[in-house]
Design a protein around this ligand. Sequence first.
Ligand code: SF4
Ligand code: SF4
Length: 131
Amino acid sequence: MQKLNREIEAQIDCTKCGACCHQLMVNITEEESVETAEYLGLSTSDFKEKYVESGGGKLMIMNTIPCHFLKDCSCTIYEKRFTECRAFPNLDQPNFNSRLFATLIHYGMCPIIYNVVEQLKIATRFFKEEI
Ligand code: SF4
Ligand code: SF4
């Protein structure tokens, strides 16, 4: 999985896609809200009021889908994008089996996942051989 991911990821330009930024809910941390507010020249409270919804726990979510910071398929805060944004689609992480559902649910959205899964099918001889 990780080997296939490295090969496929190198061939796909996320800045020409942006599908995850169009469709996913992004969780951010308190620390990220402080850093991003500073980056945007806002107070943390103004940043939260404008961009974030808090469920009362430690994590917050961006309050729009698509993400506020997406413009023409590009992230306008790319250097400061959130940890979840950097990590998606998480195919470089160990224990893929434990994230199978969370990954395959995005099979039709993310070209990286789609191509890795399709290559994985070939590598594992997923298809029945014709008799
Ligand atoms: S912060 Fe940037 S990378 Fe993350 S969802 Fe928004 S536009 Fe996409
Ligand atoms: S959906 Fe996949 S290919 Fe598209 S921008 Fe997100 S991570 Fe990159």
